[in-house]
Design a protein around this ligand. Structure first.
Ligand code: PEP
Ligand code: MG
Length: 315
């Protein structure tokens, strides 16, 4: 029965030939964490902490945050929990950090840029995470959203370590950071590709604009090329690189991502079973062939078809 708080852990995600690809959950609240922890999952790959801040009149206090983070860590026992620091600003405005109207919010003060504009918000969050991390067996890792440059990655890593938190990472969701992943990731311990924003910024198409779903398709060969560049950079830097965008939960895309060299996939918990099955059905070599075939295509439909043609029946 998988009904205890720690969950029943059946081992790492693996390709057919045994290559490990960690399977992780995306969460936004302590309640999400407690539900996800009962699943067959190696931990959390993306804890979207902005959920705690949005719609509030004032920022949650350090004590309030500590209580929530402690609940999340406790749910996962000794498993890993990757916490993303506040990804607000622009289209996710905070009433207590009003930085003024912007003509292009997606290109404005959001993610790490907001943390740099309001460092107290970040310091309070890191203090709460450090306090909660002291009383847990969970492997706590802290990552920044919307990092574009080496200097930003260095600034964030230093702040994380000043609070006594051992592991810092950055989201790779801006093409600049993907193309320069080797030097960006050298500043931190790990990276995580945010394919939702990476598609938006690679294709210059607003992710909230439903008419752009074809442009925003993660099967766009240009998006796959940017992911491949990031993966090559991560490997040169000797840093693990996961994926925590929605594309990680697509079983065929999960194989392509594994073929491109990513080391973990984090997704909505409902997607875990099919992705685990898809990886277990294909060797890493087949996954790499799928990735090559998809990148040789000239449209998302063709890329998907090319990968599917190499997949074993039933996927
Ligand atoms: C992403 O951009 O892919 C991501 C995982 O972060 P969010 O969707 O929260 O921006
Ligand atoms: Mg994002």
């Amino acid at each position: 029965a998988r009904n205890n708080a720690i969950g029943r852990h059946h081992g790492a995600g693996r390709t057919k030939d045994g290559h490990p690809v960690a399977l992780l959950a995306n969460i936004g609240t302590a309640k999400d964490a407690e539900a996800a922890a009962t699943q067959d999952v190696e931990g959390v790959g993306l804890f979207r902490t902005e959920v705690l801040f949005l719609g509030q009149q004032s920022a949650p206090t350090v004590e309030e945050q500590t209580a929530i983070y402690s609940r999340v860590f406790a749910a996962f026992g000794s498993r890993r929990v990757v916490v993303r620091t506040l990804d607000a600003g622009a289209d996710k405005p905070l009433s207590f950090a009003d930085l003024g109207a912007e003509d292009n919010p997606a290109l404005g003060v959001r993610g790490l840029r907001m943390s740099q504009a309001c460092p107290d918000l970040l310091d309070n969050q890191l203090a709460a995470l450090a306090a909660a991390a002291k009383d847990t067996d969970a492997a706590v890792k802290v990552m920044a959203p919307m990092v574009a440059t080496v200097d930003e990655a260095r600034w964030f890593a230093q702040r994380v370590h000043e609070h006594g938190l051992p592991e810092s990472g950055v989201m790779i969701e801006v093409p600049a950071a993907a193309l320069r992943a080797e030097t960006v990731l050298a500043q931190v311990e790990f990276g995580s590709l945010g394919t939702n924003d990476l598609a938006q910024y690679t294709m210059a198409a607003d992710r909230t604009h439903s008419a752009f779903s074809d442009l925003l398709d993660p099967w766009q060969p240009a998006v796959l090329d940017v992911i491949a560049a990031a993966s090559a950079g991560a490997s040169s830097a000797g840093r693990p690189l996961g994926v925590c965008g929605e594309s990680a939960g697509d079983p065929l895309m999960a194989c392509v991502l594994a073929g491109l060299g990513v080391t973990s996939l984090s997704m909505a918990p409902a997607k875990l079973g099919l992705v685990r099955f898809a990886l277990a059905t294909h060797s890493l070599d087949t996954c790499a062939q799928m990735a090559d075939a998809a990148r040789s295509a000239t449209s998302p439909a063709e890329a998907l078809e090319a990968a599917a043609a190499l997949a074993d029946a039933g996927l």
